[in-house]
Design a protein around this ligand. Structure first.
Ligand code: GDP
Ligand code: MG
Length: 350
């Protein structure tokens, strides 16, 4: 078919997107290009045995209307749950951090604007949140962004926990919030109202009942039976990446499966490189990061996009080849959107 179109190719040569469309058309097929094509370049999925799967920390996103107290809640949790004796370091903002609670259990919080975490990442097919905390100020109403946050969680089938915040305020009216939630379509019925959505009244500012809220998060996590195999090469999702003046490209990754280590060869989106350093959210060196643990890595050759998947390759040359292939595919995907190419046009270009 290629020859008949005037395209001289060999059997194992890659075709350009335009040519693919025409050839497929010859046989009565339509081609759909999607990002899924990029995944084809991934190595074979390793299969985990039941015994290899161990409990992992839940990954939690905090969402809600502006000024309802998301930052206050995340700050309080971070402040009160850092591992003792680790004060002093400048806490730089990174998009995710893991806290160890007094009972020894861990929770990973995504500190990216919640909506972004959902929309940008979900658009790229990366589901990283296990549980969503929806913060609603008790002295206000269920606002548009609250509804949007709830809709995101529902669409992603991520269980919600409602944090009814600012109950320290004299004009706080938690029942008003519960009632407005029940009036949504579909209704969100909290447990006190006979539903199955957990809710907790808190004051993020003063820390009241934040510990109870976190217990509810852990209870929800238990029900979800979150597990991953730490004993394999790591893969996960890019949370954020940027170019740092002193350190080159830095990327915060959330490990989902396996364990990421210094020296690993990582391919993230169309970027790649050897992990030169692994850092936690306080800039402290880590030797490894297992499932549900976020880590900032140094050593990539560029800044991948938030939501890009990453994977470790045992073989550096294989990793490089895959990164190159992805780059090539992405280039093709970006030219494929041009209007339908006619045979004449194709002929002219050859
Ligand atoms: P965000 O926009 O959702 O991140 O909201 P912030 O955490 O920035 O909070 C907005 C404002 O509400 C700030 O002035 C906070 O101090 C205040 N605030 C947050 N939580 C509480 C609370 O539990 N009680 C009271 N009284 N004020 C709060
Ligand atoms: Mg905020």
């Amino acid at each position: 078919a290629c020859f008949s179109l005037g395209v001289m190719v060999t059997m194992n040569q890659r075709l350009e997107a335009d040519t693919l469309l025409l050839v497929a058309d010859e046989f009565g097929y339509k081609i759909e290009f999607s990002d899924a094509d990029l995944e084809e370049t991934d190595a074979e999925e390793e299969v985990d045995t039941e015994e290899s799967l161990l409990q992992r920390a839940p990954v939690v996103t905090v969402m809600g209307h502006v000024d309802h107290g998301k930052t206050s809640l995340l700050d309080y949790i971070r402040k009160t749950n850092v591992i003792a004796g680790e004060s002093g370091g400048i806490t730089q903002h990174i998009g995710a951090y893991n806290v160890k609670l007094e009972n020894g259990q861990r929770i990973t919080f995504l500190d990216t604007p919640g909506h972004e975490a959902f929309t940008a990442m979900r658009a790229r097919g990366a589901q990283i949140t296990d549980i969503a905390i929806i913060v609603i100020a008790a002295d206000d109403d269920v606002m548009p962004q609250t509804k949007e946050a709830i809709a995101h969680a529902q669409a992603a089938q991520v269980p919600m926990i409602i944090a009814i915040n600012k109950v320290d305020k004299p004009n706080a009216n938690p029942d008003n919030i519960r009632q407005q939630l029940s009036g949504l379509n579909p209704p969100v019925l909290v447990e006190e109202w006979g539903g199955n959505v957990q809710a907790q009244e808190i004051s993020a500012k003063f820390g009241n009942n934040v510990d109870v809220l976190l217990e509810k998060v852990l209870l929800q996590a238990e029900m979800l039976e979150l597990k991953a195999n730490p004993e394999r090469s790591a893969n996960g999702v890019v949370i954020e990446a940027s170019l740092d003046k002193g350190r080159g490209y830095v990327a915060t990754m959330l490990v989902q499966t396996g364990t990421l280590r210094v020296g690993d060869y990582v391919v993230a989106g169309k970027n790649h490189g050897k992990v030169k350093a692994l850092l936690d959210e306080r800039g402290k060196n880590l030797t490894e990061a297992g499932p549900s643990i976020p880590a900032t890595i140094l050593g990539l050759d560029g800044a991948p996009t938030a939501g890009d998947k990453f994977r470790v390759y045992a073989d550096e040359s294989e990793g490089k080849a895959i990164a190159n292939k992805r780059e090539q595919l992405q280039r093709e995907l970006s030219i494929r959107t041009k209007k339908h190419t006619t045979l004449e046009e194709l002929g002219r270009r050859i």
